[in-house]
Each structure stands twice: as C-alpha cells, then as structure tokens.
Design a protein around this ligand. Structure first.
Ligand SMILES: Nc1nc2c(ncn2[C@@H]2O[C@H](COP(=O)(O)OP(=O)(O)OP(=O)(O)O)[C@@H](O)[C@H]2O)c(=O)[nH]1
Ligand SMILES: [Mg+2]
Length: 359
C-alpha cells in the first residue's frame, strides 16, 4: 500500500513520512499527495501569526485542547522561524503545547521554514492536506510574523489570528508588515502586562468596529479584538468562539469556497515565482553570460532593465532542461534517495549536474 492509502487509514507514521518527503521536495511525496487530494480540502485551517515570543504556541496549544473537547479532530503545524538555530525553537514550541500533545488525537508537526518568504514553510500547504488525510478537520498553523509580511499564512489559512502583546507599539514594523491587515481575529495576549487595556481600546477602535474592506472574501466580517492571557488559560474560550464564528461566517456567506480557490491559485503563483527565480539562479549565476551582463551593469555600461530582459532569454532554456517528473522518479528508484535537502519542486539529485556550466 502506498503512503496515501495508509494515511487515509489513519497511519500516523506514514503521515509523518509523507510530510518529510514534501519538505524535502521529493517527487514521490508530491505523487502521494496527489492521491490524497480527492479526499481532502474541507478542514478549517487556522493560522496564528505574530511576533516572536508573543505566546502563539501557548495559545495554539490551549485552543487545540478546547477544539478537541468539541470533538474536532485537530492537527497542529508549528513553523520554526530559525532553522539555523538548530532544534531549540522547535522544542520551544513543543514545550508550550505539552497539554495538546498529550491530548488524544492531536497531531503536532514542527517544520523549518527554510527561508521561504513570509515565514511559512513552503511545505505547510501539503502538510495540511496530509493531516486532513489523517482525518483532521481542524488544522492550526503557527507561523512567525517577525517583521515580515506574512501573506503566505494568509494564503494557507481560512482564518488568520494575529497575536501580539500589549507593547506592540514597539513593533511598529508590524503595522507596515500588514500583520494586522491579514488578521481575521486580533488577539492581545499577555494581558497581565502593563498597557494591555489601552492597547485593546486602541486596536478595537482601529480595527474592530468597522466591517473590513480590502481582501476579497472578508467583506462583512467585523474583526474581534480580544484580550487574553494564554499561559493561565484566560480568554481562550472567547478565542475559540471567535474562530468558530468566523468559520460559520465563511460557510454561511458562501465565501469559504471562493476564498479557498483564490488563495490556492495565489499560493501556486507565489510558488511558481519562487521556483523560477531559484532555478534560474541555480543554473545561471555562475555562467559566463550571467557574469558578463552583471559586470556591465556594475560598470554602469548596461542598464538593469536591459540586463534583466537579456537574462530572461535564458528562461526557455531552463525550462527545457527540467526533466519530467516521471523521469526523475525513475532515476530516484535506481539511485535511492539522496541526503540533500530539496529546494525545488520535484527536486532530483541528478538534476544539478549541469549546474553552473552555463551556455
Ligand atoms: N506573562 C505572560 N506570559 C505568557 C503569556 N502567554 C505565553 N506566555 C509565555 O511567553 C513565553 C513565550 O510563549 P510562546 O507560546 O512560546 O510564544 P511564541 O509566540 O510561540 O514564541 P515563538 O514560537 O518563539 O515565536 C513563554 O514563556 C510563555 O509561557 C501570557 O499571557 N502572559
Ligand atoms: Mg512558538
């Protein structure tokens, strides 16, 4: 039996394995994911974002336990902001979610974000489907907003919770980064800290009262601004109620499906952009053509616009050199799985052979 079939039968080990394959960019992983697709897509995906240390994991753990007690089948994906820092952050998230981890049926998976823009692991969308395949109907993705525009989380989640602390004023970057913009629910955690009440007043005034415009699919939803203290479980019922209310709103307004379709398309476009850029640089950065053009740009003898136009003439060539997925899988079966971490879609270990040679 394949991984997808095992997962559909509830095999947790196969789920963990498939998530790893997707993380590593293995073609085999995408093929199994494809088998899962007819069976998934209906779960409520909740994203939690906010500055480092604001209490996201603590809150995620607390609400997960509550959802589980409401007979929801819960999965959690915790995205490690600093894969470079080793396993510290991963373990940190797990410690905060201890209760949830012990609760029956809650599946927790940590992932490294690997430099993907927006702080969300590129594999998170695939991992969400894997958890759905396991039967989860509610998936919480914890991501780090740390000063970046976390639009990718927005694209993965049906409901986004922006979780900050009373001293968010210091995090003025957040405003620019649009963390508030993407939040369907705004939570001021650490209500035991000074200034909590003032922060609540200010944000309620700014975001809570008016029905939001802007993002399609958000029309008519009034953003709740909540005050919580996650470490002592205070305000968590209200947060669960707000999440459920948003889900009901999406379902009843019919926005859910439309929003999901639009987000899936946008995520794919984002991935395509990333992938083109990465493949282009991998194959061309060291080529003599690339270096010649860049040297002219550096000397001010070629303008950047013309340079980009000329460099893009190589793109067709890059497309031609990417072997079809089937061919890659067959290669893999004969060579075994390499150790290298995948950066690409359908990454293949033999694919980089021509890398750096240029034209
Ligand atoms: N005083 C206080 N501490 C809290 C509260 N909620 C969480 N904490 C503590 O804040 C610290 C960070 O909490 P986490 O849940 O790990 O925060 P996080 O946002 O997940 O952190 P990263 O994943 O590292 O970005 C922990 O020591 C928590 O116990 C709260 O409401 N008040
Ligand atoms: Mg965390």
């Amino acid at each position: 039996m394949g991984l997808a079939e095992n997962i559909l039968m509830g095999d947790v080990k196969s789920a963990a394995r498939l998530i790893s394959l997707i993380e590593e960019g293995e073609t085999e992983g995408y093929r199994e994911l494809q088998h899962l697709l007819p069976h998934v897509g209906g779960a409520h995906v909740i994203g939690i974002t906010g500055p480092a240390g604001s209490g996201k994991s603590t809150a995620a753990g607390k609400i997960a336990v509550r959802f589980a007690s409401q007979r929801r089948k819960v999965g959690i994906i915790a995205i490690d902001p600093t894969s470079m820092r080793g396993r510290g952050a991963l373990l940190g998230d797990r410690v905060r979610m201890k209760e949830a981890e012990k609760a029956d049926g809650i599946f927790i998976r940590s992932m490294a974000h690997r430099g993907y823009p927006g702080g969300v692991a590129r594999a998170a969308t695939g991992a969400t489907h894997v958890l759905e395949g396991l039967g989860k109907d509610l998936v919480i993705i914890e991501s780090v907003g740390a000063g970046q525009t976390d639009t990718t989380l927005f694209l993965l989640a049906d409901t986004v919770i922006t979780l900050i602390t009373p001293d968010y004023g210091d995090e003025i970057q957040l405003m620019k980064a649009g963390l508030f913009e993407i939040g369907d629910i705004i939570v001021i955690n650490k209500s035991d800290r000074p200034g909590a009440e003032d922060a609540w007043q200010e944000l309620s005034h700014r975001f809570g009262r008016t029905a939001r415009q802007g993002h399609q699919g958000h029309q008519g939803w009034v953003v709740p601004v909540l005050l919580t203290r996650a470490d002592t479980d205070t305000g968590m019922d209200a947060l669960v109620d707000a999440v459920n209310a948003h889900w009901k709103f999406l379902k009843e307004s019919g926005l859910w499906k439309k929003q999901k379709q639009e987000k899936a398309r946008s995520f794919t476009e984002l991935l395509l952009k990333e992938e083109l850029w990465k493949r282009f640089l991998e194959r061309r950065r060291t080529s003599s053509h690339f270096r010649q053009i860049m040297a002219l740009v550096e000397d001010g003898r070629k303008d950047p616009y013309t340079a980009v136009d000329e460099l893009l003439q190589d793109v067709q060539d890059i497309m031609d050199t990417v072997p079809p997925a089937e061919k890659k899988s067959r290669q893999k079966q004969t060579t075994g799985r390499g150790k290298g971490k995948g950066t690409g879609i359908g990454k293949d270990k033999g694919e980089g052979k021509g890398r750096g040679k240029g034209k």
